[in-house]
Design a protein around this ligand. Structure first.
Ligand code: ZN
Length: 287
């Protein structure tokens, strides 16, 4: 396992972590100032700044990507909406390629939504739509050499964000669509979403390097006050992050550890420089 105690070369910042305080341009500058060499930006932030400006700024600042957030959201009750989602995923792939991202992260979508915003209750059907959606964009992703990283989300998001909820479920899908384990399809392991899973160690072992495309860190607070925006700083919660990092590294992962903290009640209210300082310190001690 890599020794993180002396430096933070392996640390990346998911830009959602600082979205309340800084624009994308400020995040790039701030990360460079703190010696952080990788970020994972969100599409809306890139759109607001401009794709070409973002590419140029990253290049000038010497910052690379650990991922691009995000594609997915494949589920919908009508066919036209599903087709629009796939078109949007192809655009996300183009952007990821322009930015030189190592993968496009997929948050696949939850239950399909009716026009009146009520949820369709066919969970198995939603999961089939996800598989069809990924299958549909897979050739295009391969043509761009842009790997797709399915991010299983904690089951509390099954209705509204992602109906792929465990690593093992994501890996089953990978095996069906990419049986040769080409590296073009894999998973993003986010400790916040998978720490509770009794099959976690076995699933990481099963994934191995060709399927391990990204590693995200934050912490699970007790109590969690908001299901979406109350993630903890590494070390403030109950996840044994270093143990999980050991598992992914034993399985061959040697990429960035991406700090991804949505925190309406705490970290989004603090000065961004302070958030980065604390994240770097925790990266050295608990990640
Ligand atoms: Zn994540």
């Amino acid at each position: 396992m890599r020794d993180f105690s002396r430096g933070h070369e392996a640390m990346s910042v998911n830009t959602a972590t600082l979205r309340a305080q800084w624009s994308l341009a400020e995040i790039i500058e701030g990360c460079a100032r703190h010696g952080i060499t990788a970020i994972s930006p969100w599409r809306d932030q890139v759109a607001a700044y401009g794709l070409r400006q973002t590419v140029a700024h990253l290049r000038d600042a010497g910052i690379t990507l650990s991922g691009y957030c995000r594609g997915g959201m494949f589920t919908a009750t009508d066919k036209t909406q599903r087709a629009l989602a796939r078109d949007d995923n192809r655009r996300a792939l183009d952007e990821a390629a322009a930015l030189g991202s190592p993968c496009l992260v997929l948050v696949v979508g939850g239950l399909a939504c009716h026009a009146d915003q009520s949820f369709d209750k066919d969970l198995a059907g939603a999961r089939r739509q996800v598989e069809d959606g990924i299958a549909d964009i897979f050739d295009y992703a391969r043509s761009l050499a842009m790997p797709l990283a399915i991010e299983p989300l904690h089951p509390m998001y099954a209705a509204d964000r992602a109906c792929i909820n465990t690593l093992s479920q994501a890996l089953d899908l990978c095996d069906r669509l990419d049986p040769m384990r080409s590296g073009a399809l894999g998973v993003a392991v986010d400790v916040y979403h998978v720490w509770w899973d009794p099959m976690l160690a076995a699933s990481i072992l099963r994934a191995q390097k060709p399927r391990l495309l990204a590693f995200h860190v934050s912490d699970w607070l007790v109590p969690t006050r908001d299901v979406l925006n109350d993630r903890g700083m590494m070390g403030d919660g109950v996840i044994d992050i270093a143990r999980i990092r050991g598992m992914v590294e034993d399985a061959g992962f040697c990429g960035y550890c991406e700090v991804e903290i949505f925190s309406e009640l705490n970290w989004w209210r603090r000065p961004a420089d302070e958030v980065l300082e604390v994240a770097i310190a925790r990266h050295k001690t608990v990640v």
